[in-house]
Design a protein around this ligand. Sequence first.
Ligand SMILES: *Cc1c(COP(=O)(O)O)cnc(C)c1O
Length: 363
Amino acid sequence: MKEIDMEITLSTTKKTKPQADKLEFGKVFTDHMFIMDYITGQGWHDPRIVPYQKITLDPSAMIFHYGQSVFEGLKAYLTSDKEIFLFRPEKNFQRLNKSNERLCIPPIDVDKVLEALKELIRVDQGWIPDAEGTSLYIRPFVIATEPYLGVAPSDRYQFIIIMSPVGSYYKEGIHPIRIAVEQAFTRAVNGGTGEAKTGGNYASSLKAQEVSDKEGYAQVLWLDGIEKKYIEEVGSMNVFFKINGEVVTPALNGSILPGVTRDSIIELLHHWNIPVSERQISMDEVYQAQKAGTLEEAFGTGTAAVISPIGEFLWQGEKLSVQNGETGELSKKLYDTLTDIQNGRSDDPFNWITKVEQKVIQN
Ligand SMILES: *Cc1c(COP(=O)(O)O)cnc(C)c1O
């Protein structure tokens, strides 16, 4: 095991852990967190695990004003053999560096940060829930901390990892959602920050979500910002369609977030010899397919839900149902296959799992 040189300060009080059936997303955090600092000239330094605590920033810290920040989201799973699994974590840290690059934030050392994460998980290993479908959600993020109101890349940053036990996304089993195609607002355009996991993309998406919520739709389908024709993403997920036996997902064009789940699904489909193409797909094509009866399935993909089947689209005032609003066979098979690998219920033919060795607990 590679060691990273860091200080560990254990908390003297332990929080009470929520009951497995009362877990809500992102409200309760574990006993510890990881932090390291960056100063221009000195680089990333002082990696440490400390009790979960508030951070103090100057009101002029650049994050508050110009939004220079990036984040990641991944999960740790406790298998029935009590092993701790991470799903392709190196992908998340590589993507963090791509987001960093776009936001003018200095890169982190992927291997070191992954070792730090493993150590943090070991320290808080008792926080990974073990009930079916539950996991420990991991949120690494970077913020610009330099106190300065000038518009420029910050000279100081903090990289932080916090963790939160989360319940099953589908408490009543996997079920389809209804989606409104967004026609007024745009999530991202080519040359913008759509490819980066940065808070600003989310801030600017809230308005569209507010409107669709009111009309009873779970998420919005984002179209391209120029012609408002081509499909990009659904809410904060990547999107797939199965049309006449072929699976289609929008090609990564610069304004689409390259999801780890998306990438894994494409690999699985190749492995199963199911035709899959990454290309432009217009809402009109989906509409025509639905009318012709060849729109077989539609689903969103992301770490939180893994697969989120889509049962209905609202487009230009018309309701287009998919699979009569039921979960498609392929959606279900992809969901089962991915969650079985993540939870150690099946083999890992693609080497996607990183095991976290646990600490021996001495009484
Ligand atoms: C994080 C994210 C996704 C999904 O990525 P995963 O790595 O699969 O979790 C898709 N779209 C957006 C906009 C995202 O922020």
